[in-house]
Design a protein around this ligand. Structure first.
Ligand code: WT7
Length: 638
């Protein structure tokens, strides 16, 4: 284990927190702690009870309380000296950016909310936002929550098929998208995808388009509308809806162990308390900070720490549309220099990529405004940690390695930057008011140093409340395995200081560049291809991406496993799900290795894909196949 590193004295002295008082107060009275944190927001009506556990695992937080998230993110600051402070700094891929003050953002959101209302969108309606990283995406989110409709942001890298599944599952009535999107200067057919998806979704009554490009576009008059044409004659102000604390706020889809993505539902009060508090203390948020999370708003990191966490704290948040290597590999450092970013939050996969590109790109730029760095999405390798610490933070900036999930809504494990020492590769201790354990197969807590399953033992405010339309799956996925403790799906061990070392997923979920993919989802799509009979997908270790998708497939009689077919299957998956799910390799097999009970032996496939020696295969139904598979692998990887 590498040595622990203390945050610099300079950082500690100025930090919001430089002692253990938050941890101690939460240890003494966990619910009292969360109640106190909730008091930092503005409620229209105060709650009757902090936590209602009667109907577990359907927990209720701040029941009886009423509030509005958009009010807390905007109006509250507009009525304060933050009125003219920058809320969002938008840096587009190309061209000039724009800064929105709290007042300007407030105006835009009020307009947008009134447009939605005029279209008949009301409380509880589901609205899908399928947009690139542009201010209108954030404005649309805040407008939805202002009027009490429930948004679901679908990552703009997803294909028409993935969008269609989500629209139908949600029974969404409105889709908001753009006429044009770009990536690395190339046009992305977002609108065409949207049209293809809507064609197969009866529920979607209207598609609202934000105009970005200059192309002449003929809209389908029946169900497509331009936002800018609706914006006229719209009142300036839209009264924020007083929402119950437990009213749904948004649904975000995430991959699980079956083919169908899970609609993870977050509610209003608890979620905002959770992200508000964690943003403030994990990122040591100060009035003058410029915070930049490089995540996409299509993922939970973007929702919680580009939008709701920063804005509820009245912070300045950077929204970047582009990629780290366009036009040049110093794009991130250029942005930090340009705006004087003080807190920078990114993913280990990005850090590994920068490392590979070499030190010179960051050296050219002034990074002296940075004071804190963050990491999220996958375990960070100690070498990447050290590079980040040295070359970006110049040994001056603490690093917070934040562990959490779409389900948790908020950061759950992290060091507090002015309080805790850092151990490269470990996320640190549980956040105040959060209780985690590492347990064995039976749910019994393990001593420090032993590998087991990471569970969360008590409810936390930003927890998911249900899987949309699927209470059974909610109960069986998270709560049954360890009798009422929340099962995270991650393996971990703790150490003598209570620091958690995450080992990665232990279920059939893989993590590619910090994006969660269900192996079953990719398998389900592969077998829909006419040439494929069976498919098994695994995550193979990858230097940059953490894991890469490898697919083993068996083919229909008479079909040959050619290189062309492998390429076709890769394209097929890109079309079905999106480029993030594109397999790095496709292996053709005559049969897949299974246990006697018929379960595909993924561990073995992983061994084969990574070229490791074989373990014990005596429980295999068809051990001879493994030899064949192994030989094939050896041939193909030559
Ligand atoms: C999974 C959740 C939460 C935002 C990004 C991903 C992995 C997340 C860390 C970390 C090690 C991490 C876990 C987790 N993960 N953060 N700091 N160290 N692993 O959200 O798509 O819901 O994925 O990402 O495996 O279960 P998500």
């Amino acid at each position: 284990m590498s040595a622990a590193i203390q945050p610099s004295e300079q950082f500690r002295q100025k930090a919001l927190l430089n002692n253990d008082r938050l941890h101690l107060s939460a240890q003494k009275d966990r619910l009292g702690f969360w109640e106190q944190m909730a008091g930092e927001l503005e409620w229209f009506k105060t709650w009757n009870k902090v936590l209602d556990e009667e109907n577990a695992p359907y927990y209720r937080w701040f029941d009886g309380g009423k509030l509005n998230v958009s009010y807390n993110c905007l109006d509250r600051h507009v009525n304060s000296p933050r009125r003219n402070k920058a809320a969002l700094i938008f840096e587009p891929e190309n061209g000039t950016g724009a800064t929105y003050t709290y007042y300007q953002l407030y105006r835009k959101v009020n307009y947008f909310a009134n447009v939605l209302k005029k279209m008949g969108i009301g409380k509880g309606a589901r609205v899908v936002i399928y947009m690139p990283m542009i201010p209108e995406a954030v404005i649309a989110m805040l407008a939805c929550v202002r009027i009490g409709s429930v948004h679901s942001v679908v990552f703009s890298g997803f294909s028409a098929g993935a969008l269609e599944t989500r629209l139908n599952d949600l029974q969404a009535s409105l889709l908001i998208t753009v006429d044009e999107a770009y990536r690395r200067g190339k046009y992305i057919p977002l609108m065409e995808n949207a049209r293809a998806a809507v064609d197969n979704c009866k529920c979607v009554e209207k598609t609202m388009l934000i105009k970005r490009g200059s192309r002449e576009i003929e809209l389908n008059k029946k169900n497509e509308l331009w936002y800018h044409e609706l914006e006229n004659d719209i009142p300036l102000y839209c009264q924020p809806e007083a929402m119950e604390a437990e009213d749904p706020l948004f649904i975000l889809y995430s991959s699980g162990t079956t083919g169908r993505p899970k609609g993870i539902l977050h509610t209003t009060g608890g979620y905002l308390v959770g992200v508000h508090t964690t943003f403030k203390y994990v990122f040591d948020c100060r009035e003058e900070d410029i915070f930049w999370s490089t995540a996409d708003i299509g993922w939970i990191t973007g929702q919680s720490y580009i939008v709701y966490g920063p804005l509820s704290n009245g912070a300045t948040s950077v929204l970047f549309e582009g990629t780290p290597d366009y036009p040049q590999k110093d794009r991130f450092w250029e942005i930090i220099e340009k705006y004087g970013v003080t807190i920078f939050y990114t993913a280990p996969t990005a850090i590994s990529t920068f490392m590979r590109w070499g030190d010179k790109w960051a050296e050219k730029r002034d990074l002296s405004t940075l004071r804190l760095l963050g990491s999220v999405g996958e375990p960070i390798k100690p070498e990447a940690w050290s590079w980040y610490y040295l070359h970006i933070g110049k040994e001056r900036c603490p690093i917070v390695d934040t562990w959490w999930q779409t389900e948790t809504g908020m950061i759950m494990i992290s060091t507090l930057p002015g309080v805790d020492k850092m151990k490269p590769g470990s996320a640190g201790r549980a956040f105040p008011g959060v209780c985690v354990e590492v347990v064995d197969e039976k749910g019994i807590p393990l001593p420090a140093g032993e590998n087991g399953y990471l569970v969360i033992t008590t409810p936390w405010p930003a927890m998911l409340r249900i899987l949309f339309n699927d209470p059974e799956r909610y109960e069986s996925t998270y709560w049954q395995k360890f009798c009422g403790k929340f099962y995270t799906g991650d393996g971990a061990r703790s150490d003598e200081d209570g620091y958690i070392w995450i080992l990665g997923r232990v279920d059939d979920v893989i993590n590619v560049s910090g994006h969660r993919l269900g192996t079953a989802e990719i398998e389900g799509d592969l077998v829909e291809h006419q040439a494929v009979v069976e498919a098994a997908v695994i995550g193979k270790d990858h230097q940059i991406k953490g894991q890469a998708v490898s697919a083993f497939v068996t083919l229909k009689e008479g079909v040959d496993g050619s290189e062309e077919l492998a390429e076709e299957l890769k394209r097929y998956i890109t079309q079905k799900i999106g480029a993030i799910a594109r397999p790095d390799d496709i292996f053709f097999a005559t049969e897949l290795p299974r246990t006697r009970s018929g379960k595909i032996m993924r561990r073995l496939l992983r061994d084969i894909a990574e070229g490791r020696a074989m373990g014990d295969t005596s429980t295999l139904l068809n051990p001879e196949e493994i030899e064949t598979l192994r030989e094939q692998y050896a041939d193909e990887s030559k």
